[in-house]
Design a protein around this ligand. Structure first.
Ligand code: AVJ
Length: 315
């Protein structure tokens, strides 16, 4: 039976399938979500503290400053559903500003989810917390306890920027399905700015972003019996102006051959593996994206330097 096969399939089959399919493309590409094993998650936490990486700091400042606006525009008694909650470090700023009925963190990584939910529960002892281990890119069935309550989706960090427009629109529509009628959505989106500023944020002087990028190759070697030559791959961050996105690539310093899961691959000198897109927006492209996903923009906040934005929308 198909269900039995899916349930017993080794956890790394999806990773292997994505890597083998991606390395067979004319422009080799591996989805950015595979950066985040334990080592990759720690490297990203380090990135959020880098001087060049402004998004986390600026978004947190907007959240801290705009509490009174959230209290006015977000009705009390909503259940806050956080998509890809990770370590939930921005959540308290939102929860303390509004009067939520419950908090439902969704994350694909169960361990991370349970430890951060427990930590948040300590900070908000009276708040019902219902963690759900799920892939939030598909519609998610929420716990019965919150089924009838109005929802506020929370999707900070500009994670939506990792998705190409078709995926982003699918996700927004699925969020609408997950959250139900009358839902609101508070979403963080990074803004278009000088390419030099953007490139510095994705190619920091301390080399941490490079380590995140190379960690993908390390992970392929370890988990998929690969032998990618790490010393012959280098990190590159590029601004793709036509699509308003930062791209991360692993560039072959010279011609290389390697194997992954028994399959042979080669790269010419200068050829790349495309490992991440991070789309940047302006007000119009944000409204267009939200509308395409079935959401009506209600309010938009930015910092004084217009580096990052938060948007509130309604279904
Ligand atoms: C976690 C998707 C928000 O695109 O800025 C940071 C990931 N990659 N540095 C981003 C990331 C390289 C990050 N997001």
């Amino acid at each position: 039976m198909a269900e039995t096969a899916a349930a017993t399939r080794p956890a790394n089959t999806a990773f292997r399938d994505d890597v083998l399919a991606g390395l067979a493309l004319p422009q080799k590409a591996v989805p950015a979500r595979w950066f985040y094993d334990d080592a990759g998650s720690l490297l990203f936490e380090e990135i959020t503290r880098l001087p060049e990486y402004y998004p986390t700091r600026v978004e947190r400042a907007i959240l801290a400053e705009r509490g009174p606006d959230f209290a006015r525009l977000i009705q009390p008694g909503r259940t806050v559903v956080e998509f890809g909650s990770g370590s939930s470090t921005k959540t308290p700023l939102l929860l303390q500003a509004i009067a939520p009925a419950a908090y439902v963190p969704l994350d694909i990584s169960g361990d991370f989810l349970r430890s951060s939910a427990a930590q948040l529960q300590q900070q908000f002892p009276a708040l019902p917390v219902w963690p759900v281990e799920a892939d939030f890119t598909a519609p998610v069935t929420l716990p019965d306890a919150v089924a009838g309550l109005p929802k506020l989706g929370f999707f900070p960090g500009s994670t939506i920027g990792n998705m190409v427009p078709t995926q982003a629109v699918d996700l927004l529509r699925n969020m609408r399905t997950t959250l139900g009628t009358g839902a609101q959505l508070l979403i963080g989106m990074d803004l278009i700015k000088a390419p030099a500023t953007l490139i510095a944020a994705y190619d920091d002087a301390a080399g941490i972003t490079g380590r995140l990028n190379l960690n993908l190759a390390t992970r392929i070697n370890r988990e998929l019996a690969g032998n990618l030559p790490l010393d012959r791959l280098k990190h590159e961050a590029r601004w793709n102006d036509a699509f308003a996105r930062i791209e991360m690539h692993l560039v072959a310093r010279e011609a290389i051959r390697f194997e992954v899961a028994g399959q042979a691959f080669s790269m010419a000198a200068g050829e790349t593996i495309h490992t991440e897109n991070s789309h940047k927006y302006d007000g119009r492209s944000q409204n267009l994206l939200l509308a395409a996903g079935g959401w009506t923009p209600v309010q938009r906040w930015t910092d004084a330097d217009e580096r990052f934005s938060l948007l509130l929308a309604e279904a």
